[in-house]
Design a protein around this ligand. Sequence first.
Ligand SMILES: Cc1ncc(COP(=O)(O)O)c(C=O)c1O
Length: 386
Amino acid sequence: MKNNQNFYYGKHCIDSKDINNVTKSLNSLLSQGPQLINFEKKVAKYFGSKYCVAVSSATAALHISIAAMNLKKNSRSYTSNMTFVATTNACLYNNLKIDLIDINLNNFNINLDQLESKLKKLSPKQKKKKKLIIPVHFGGLSVDMKRVHDIKKKYNCFVLEDASQSMGASFQKKPIGSCKFSDIAVFSLHPVKSITTGEGGLILTNNKKFYEKLLLLRSHGLKKSKKNHWQNDMSFLGYNYKITDFQCALGISQLSKLKGFIIKRNKIAKFYKKKLKSLHINFQNFDKSKYSHAYHYFIVNFVKVISDKKNKLFLNFLKKKGIYLGKQYLPIHMHSFYRKKINKKFVNSEKYFKQSYQLPIYPSLSKRNIEFICENLIYAAKKFNM
Ligand SMILES: Cc1ncc(COP(=O)(O)O)c(C=O)c1O
């Protein structure tokens, strides 16, 4: 099969409705205007949370969500070792200690047994202190949030969902973002995510105190006087994490297509699973009665160990065909910055990373495109005895 286009693991999907919405918005306020208010209202309603704060990125969203929790310096935070650096960086911005947890090889999400056994071993004094858990819904598949919620109650923790990759997913029929089992959830609006505003992030919560603090943190910590429009006061250190109104106009238009995008992603995943049956691979496992997947990633996890040399040959072979597989993520403890701080082995994360790839998955991918990708993937896997 011939092909003259390149396929990356993710790609935005913009149409004329999006373009018209953005163009129209340029005639009004460009920042902190009507599109922002409308976008935040629509997002909160869509996901069933009381409040929403839209910001410039999910990284910014994670940063100020933790800041709003007001945890003491050196408080402990727990998250998966298999995440984007933004998750752990946000803990460091807030002077928290990071305790990384390995993944389980069933669905590549945080190993909750390991998390609970760590919390169990804390001293009575440490148990009393407020702690933070950040479940990352890896690749668009939710963590078992009921279990996370039980752990939160038992061990005195806040829960911040890093839902950057999982807009459109659900757990126990509740959309991720409803915060039924957490204090705050964060989505990313980067171009490869479920919907996009170019760059952008969303914070959802049911907690009014957090919401009010987040509004101030987004804009320098400045509070405007309700009485006199010319007066404002900064009572604590905030940031400029504002999103523009034309980005929000794009967000509103994209949100109206989210359901269709997720259906398409699920169809592509089903087609991949059928086509790739002959390979020795695992997929993310999940119980369909409990979880619905947003398929930010379509992960193929090879059963056999793959050497560095073979990995390079395999990826470069497919690249020559225009297929750029993803290799997300280098486990946190393997980044040179974190290597200096964390000297531990994370067997499952390392195994996952060595043996897994993300295949192209986005709404505009055609059946023919998928057939082309599968044909070449199967050929390459057999050629390199994977
Ligand atoms: C798990 C996770 N957290 C945080 C982020 C950061 O998102 P953003 O690029 O919107 O700052 C990403 C983006 O890839 C992510 O995948």
